[in-house]
Design a binder for this molecule. Structure first.
Ligand code: IMP
Ligand code: MG
Length: 179
């Protein structure tokens, strides 16, 4: 695994520190509330686990699987729900937890999806943001780190389902996806 990593982008410690700050901001925003944290599988799973454990606000946890990728480094741009939530979002304050906002297609799609299902409010938090890659005009409400147009793996992020269990976030060698 490590051989395919060009360099470390975010160490475990930097990730942990930044998540602590994000959790404090979200605690303030949701003070007295009981948001429904929705993790977008599979990429956001590590982030969601660490984020909610750093928060003091009581949250419920749900997951949704949205696919638009296949085994390529480029999005097809058309998100599809592969597996849905097991609880209703009607009347809930939804906290969507994403790994990366890249083209923005997934975030836009999910925001509309939850609004259409009667969520009371919608807040999005993303671990990573790649503004240079945006195709639709949308931003996460909270973004932990800005990234360049490089393919990142680790801490939940994959390339072709690999590298998710690296504890840090690294830049994937171009050779891996260009060969
Ligand atoms: P978007 O719909 O183009 O914004 O893409 C969002 C999804 O693409 C993210 O939730 C990731 O799963 C995936 N993605 C985008 N960039 C990367 C990357 O650098 N590494 C791994 N997955 C990525
Ligand atoms: Mg994702």
């Amino acid at each position: 695994m490590e051989r395919d990593i060009e360099r470390v982008f975010l160490s475990e410690q930097r990730i942990r520190e930044r998540i602590g700050q994000a959790a404090a901001i979200l605690d303030e925003k949701f003070a007295g509330g009981n948001p429904l944290a929705v993790g977008v599988l599979k990429g956001s799973v590590m982030f969601l686990c660490d984020l909610v454990r750093a928060m003091k606000t009581p949250v419920q946890i749900e997951f949704i699987t949205v696919s638009s990728y296949g085994e390529r480094a480029q999005s097809s741009g058309v998100p599809k729900i592969v597996s849905d939530l097991s609880a209703s979002v009607a009347g809930r304050d939804v906290l969507l937890v994403e790994d990366i906002v890249d083209s923005g297609c997934t975030l836009k799609f999910l925001k509309e999806y939850f609004s259409g299902r009667g969520a009371r409010s919608f807040t999005s938090v993303t671990l990573l943001n790649k503004p240079a890659r945006r195709q639709v005009g949308i931003e996460a409400d909270y973004s932990c780190f800005e990234a360049e147009d490089e393919f990142l793996v680790g801490y939940g992020l994959d390339y072709a389902q690999r590298y998710r269990n690296l504890p840090y976030i690294g830049v994937l060698n171009r050779e891996v996806y260009e060969r």
